[in-house]
Write a protein of this length. Sequence first.
Length: 508
Amino acid sequence: MPTLFLNGVPVSVPAGLRLSDALPPADAIPLPCAGLGRCGKCRVVATGALSPVSEAEKAALTREDLANHVRLACCTFLLGDACVTTEKAASAHILLGTEPETPAPPRPSSSPGYTRLGAAIDLGTTTLAARLYDETGRLLTQGGCPNPQSHFGADVIARIQASIDGEGETLARCVSEGLTGLLSSLCGKAGRHLTDIDGLVIAGNTAMLYLLTNTPPHALSKSPFQAGRLFDETVTAESLSLPVAPGAGVYLPRCLSAFVGADITAALLFDQTATGHESRALMDIGTNGEMALWHNGTLYACSTAAGPAFEGAGLSMGMNGETGAIDHMRVENGRLRAHVLGESAPRGVCGSGVIDAAACLLQTEQMDETGLLEEDPTLLSPPVSLSQKDIRMVQLAKSAICAGFLTLLQTVGLPLCGLSSLSVAGGFGSYLHLPSAGRIGLLPASVLPRVRVIGNASLYGASQLLLDTALRAKAAAMVKSAHLVPLHANPVFVSLYAENMLFPEEDG
């Protein structure tokens, strides 16, 4: 039975069904013309084994629509495995953050990595994010969507195991379909064709790049965790099953190690962390907590498995930062008050909202320093709540991040007061409320005055690598010399991890 990846979620459906009939009730599309192909209201972005474009679709859709894989659900039949994104999902607002400054345009001595239309992509474990640039280097549009690989597990460890168990091709196809849907949607917004894209840069952690390229990930799954492929290479879009311009190249930046990936390389480039004489740190808070420290002219780096809680995944009512997500909370007159994205009714809570919620529950004494809730679950804003299990996930995640950061500092003998600045990156970085991060112990409270929140630095750095190919060698050389700090079985990390599991006291 064919697999239909519907908004990133795999569903088994019989071959021969119309897409409009294959959609479950929650994703049903109105058919004002009773499915006769006349009104053009059942638009979806669809790729894969589908029936040829019908005459009704040719009449209802523009050439740009067809070039960007827009189909009418009532006229399209499922012949095999396919990927479908409904307009409702495509219009969901994924939090990308606000870029503090524009990536440097191509320098006269160098050239961009594309001719007509370029795409910079952050291949996140939970979220895909992309930007489109025109031939002048101008940003046309940006957007994001959930990573459809989440069906195979919320973290990279589960996906690596799935690949080892024989699902490698499926995982690669799954993410390429997700990227195709996202790029198609962005091209539609920009009034361009998907086949105009003739150059791409894709940054992501090492495991995500392995899964994208269907590289056997066995070395990432067992000690000593030595990655045989660290990238800094250009592959063809065709090899990744991306239906862009023929001959388009895809640059994959160099990774530092098996668990410190090209996303950190791109972020370091954007933030210019590894420059100057001061001690500076960069932290990417996501499913995998990757961090780097520039100290005495040497770059140090480590990675810790934080889990998906800070990206909204894995929680009982967690979700991406899109319409209906609680993204911030505060205490007002002793009561919890929630801010919801899109000015709609709350449907769930995203990463920044979870951090605020935990801080507010501590403030109102609905939760103690051990993480014990007075009521399980505790209502945040009807009908959204946090359970005791959710809080334990938050504790595991925040302790992993904080312990990894402190281990990095202790390794080089640098006290917190000696750190000049800490740049915090990540998909929800621009929405992180720093006092809440300090209150729950995600970040040491004493370092908060020196924190710079820089948003999705991986995406911004990927944009720079797209706009100026000369930066690629510079970025690769920067990370080749990095000193890696292993946390696996590291007694300092183990001790700090246990120590930071509790929430800090009020004055912490």
